[in-house]
Write a protein that binds this ligand. Sequence first.
Ligand code: GSH
Length: 341
Amino acid sequence: MISSCSRFIVTRSFSSKMARSALDEMTESGAFNRTPSTFRNFISKDKTSQFPAESGRYHLYISYACPWASRCLSFVKLKGLDKAISYTAVKPIWERTKESDEHFGWVFPSSTEEPGAEPDPLNGAKSIRELYELASSNYMGKYTVPVLWDKKLKTIVSNESAEIIRMFNTEFNDIAENADLDLYPSHMQALIDEVNEWIYDTINNGVYKCGFAKKQGPYDEAVEKLFDALDKCEETLSKQRYICGNTLTEADVRLFVTLIRFDEVYTVHFKCNKKQLREYPNLFNYTKDIYQIPGMSSTVNMAHIKKHYYGSHPSINPFGIIPVGPGVDYSSPHDRERFGS
Ligand SMILES: N[C@@H](CCC(=O)N[C@@H](CS)C(=O)NCC(=O)O)C(=O)O
């Protein structure tokens, strides 16, 4: 087994123009800088399109650890797309993806040794990297989840969760069990976009900017913006049930995936410890409220979440020790019904 220190150095040596892992996405100033996704096709309800919405045609590859993949799985559950879109979860801890080089990334188990993770049922791939290589022979970017796979054309439709959730919201309504649920209704789109933008920058990606900062300045800046944004959410949620009003929207799902990981991981691993989520009464109850929506709790596998973060970032946690707590119970009663539903 390669030592955690050399593992980090070798991984970085891949970094020329494109990043090969989140650990390589650093600017000269020591700040974390996420690279954009590469596969950006759209599934359409139009039956003549290249990627038409069809039951059984598409497969979602996820990690339960990954907030971006989890938001896609949340949409599968909320929209009632379980029967139309199949999915597989990888193992939580990054491993070597090839014998011939030192890249570490998402891999599939060979059997059922890791509860929740399964072998690749479609291509027999050993890693997510292999799927990218099947889809494109000259791909040079990161091998990220989620991956939305087209079984018919044997390629990646999209690896951008923000766009995958939009496809799931509208394009499968002929087959979705909850077709009437619109998480991005046209009359709220401007507001949702605006909220998504600052929440992404300060909270969803903000926790990563705190955790992956390599200098004090970028950390201080990110942590201040993060807690200012959480204070702003707390204030908003003292007046309404959800972040854009009294209706559940895409913005809530996007915020939830970060909040549910906050006390278990981000406070410790990413040094986001100015306050814990449990110290914000409205944000904490809001997180429980969303967790208790039918289907949502099945998207949260806390064992995978903790194993991944604490076990896959040797530059932050060299010995991979997983802290014991806090073991928050998100299924306990909340007070959000005071706003109605
Ligand atoms: N823009 C992508 C980001 C996905 C992403 O960063 N996924 C992480 C896991 S949370 C990943 O797979 N990282 C692999 C790596 O850094 O090598 C999306 O939102 O879909």
